[in-house]
Design a protein around this ligand. Structure first.
Ligand code: GDP
Ligand code: GDP
Length: 457
């Protein structure tokens, strides 16, 4: 699997240098040499590093402007003061205290390869006393082998340690996601279209040929818009289309591939599946269209699987509802129970592109799915839940041993990803049981979720 990438360009792409109004402030706190400056440079994306390879080198304490996921904030590196006669601990404490007081939240950096030292403990006391929200960064986790060390930092009592390699960028995205959760919102920065930065949500409309994709698109986009495109004599369809629905603008990706009528010849399926893959690649949420008037085809379930495997939010829309009689409706329900159990969690809408039936239900379904896709469960809540679950339903004993779930953390969102730390291998059946209970407890409507297990000796 790809490492959690971290792209400074992405963060800075929208930075225009000027700040509007007060931005929330994040203080980066930690003892010397844990990698604070490296991390700050990572986040702001400037590589002309102030980092030097020895502890406590003199640097100015600087404030930088940063942006992540469309939100701007200020970053204060508290690590740059010269050591003096007061000695290490006093000096570090003074730096940190200043930084913490002037901040809205604290990013506490620990060197995971070293573990928590007495100095770290002293800093934690300071942070606690301040009452400021804190995110724990377990730095220098350059690869999976050091991840267990990061897990031990749970013992600091600051919640979930986010394993990061400031040097390589690994894990920084999740760290920043967590930071944004504790930072207060800056005044929103609106773009021309009145939408928050990040732009309209991206929707892929997919389904096998003839289920009614272009009909649905025409319906939601309005027939006129299509005609206008043709009149304008555009030689080439736009690849994506902005469509207003439910008072919002949505970007329907790869609509050109829908509108272009692919002849039903040999190879058409192949091109259709290429289009599906490329649309999924660009989208956040997939609306999978199924012809409800026909028996569910293997191609329908394959397309649903593609969306799930791509990790997209999923809405299932049964089209041509105007053509259903009682009997077909009965069989459809049976088909759904039998063949679509793996996506029971997907919101379902029964529509007709022809009559316009239930078009208004499409947007709420998409929004629900996106919400599930972006849900983050706090580590405290997750572990309270897991604790009860595991106590009531322990893993079956195998070969005289009983693997135990020690704790869990949500490692990411879009879609939600969970990592469970266990004392032994967890059977697939038990993992599915945990997934089912997670969904019952926290919702996750419309989103695939992944659960991986790390065995800790
Ligand atoms: P600061 O004193 O907390 O500001 O720490 P620096 O950012 O100056 O980093 C101290 C040393 O740790 C430098 O040699 C960095 O290259 C190194 N370092 C920082 N982050 C990482 C990391 O993620 N992995 C590894 N292996 N080294 C790191
Ligand atoms: P696509 O290949 O998925 O883009 O499917 P089209 O939009 O071209 O539709 C295929 C056929 O189904 C066309 O003849 C449409 O008129 C018809 N169709 C699409 N939606 C509906 C619907 O809701 N009800 C009925 N009765 N026919 C529909």
């Amino acid at each position: 699997a790809a490492e959690e990438g971290f792209d400074a360009d992405e963060i800075n792409a929208d930075l225009d240098g000027a700040s509007h109004g007060p931005l929330p402030v994040l203080a980066v706190v930690g003892r010397p040499n844990v990698g604070k400056s490296t991390l700050v440079n990572r986040i702001i994306g400037r590589r002309e590093a102030v980092v030097e390879d020895r502890p406590g080198v003199t640097r100015d304490r600087v404030t930088y402007e940063a942006m992540w996921a469309g939100r701007r904030f200020k970053l204060v590196d508290t690590g740059g003061w010269e050591l003096d006669v007061f000695g290490l601990d006093a000096m570090v404490a003074a730096q940190a205290e200043f930084g913490i007081q002037s901040a809205d939240a604290v990013l506490f950096v620990v060197d995971a390869t070293v573990g928590a030292t007495d100095t770290d403990e002293a800093l934690i006391k300071l942070i606690r006393r301040s009452g400021k929200p804190v995110v724990l960064c377990a730095n220098k986790v350059d690869g999976p082998s050091t991840e267990a060390e990061a897990a031990y930092l749970w013992s600091l009592g600051l919640g979930e340690p986010y394993p990061v390699s400031a040097l390589h960028g690994r894990g920084s995205g999740d760290l920043l996601d967590a930071v944004l959760e504790v930072l207060p919102e800056a005044p929103p920065q609106l773009f021309g279209n009145g939408q928050a930065p990040g732009g309209p949500r991206r929707v892929a409309l997919i389904g096998r040929p003839n289920v009614g994709k272009s009909s649905l698109l025409n319906k939601v986009a309005g027939e006129e818009r299509v005609v206008v495109n043709e009149l304008a004599g555009t030689t080439r369809d736009p690849v994506d289309e902005m469509i207003e629905l439910g008072g919002k603008t949505w970007k329907f990706v790869d609509t050109a591939g829908i509108r272009r009528r692919v002849h039903q010849t040999a190879g058409a399926d192949f091109y259709a599946s290429l289009r599906t893959a490329s649309a999924l690649e660009k989208a956040e949420v997939a609306v999978v269209l199924i012809d409800a008037s026909e028996t569910l085809a293997e191609q329908d379930t394959r397309i649903i699987s593609m969306a799930v495997e791509a990790g997209r939010a999923v809405v299932i829309a049964y089209n041509k509802w105007d053509q259903l009689d009682e009997e077909r409706r009965y069989y459809l329900e049976r088909e759904i129970e039998r063949d679509l159990v793996q996506v029971q969690w997907a919101p379902r809408v029964n529509v007709s592109a022809k009559t316009g039936r239930h078009m208004e239900k499409l947007v709420p379904a998409i929004e629900t799915a996106l919400q599930g896709w972006e849900t983050r469960v706090s580590t405290a809540r997750l572990n309270a839940f897991l604790g009860e679950l595991v106590a009531a339903h322990p893993h079956p004993i195998r070969g005289g041993k009983q693997p135990r779930v020690l704790f869990g953390t949500q490692a990411g969102t879009r879609p939600p990803r969970f990592v469970l730390f266990a004392s032994g291998f967890l059977e697939a059946g038990y993992r599915r049981f945990i997934e089912r209970r997670l969904r019952e407890e926290f919702g996750f409507v419309g989103t695939p979720i992944s659960i991986s297990v790390r065995v800790r000796e």
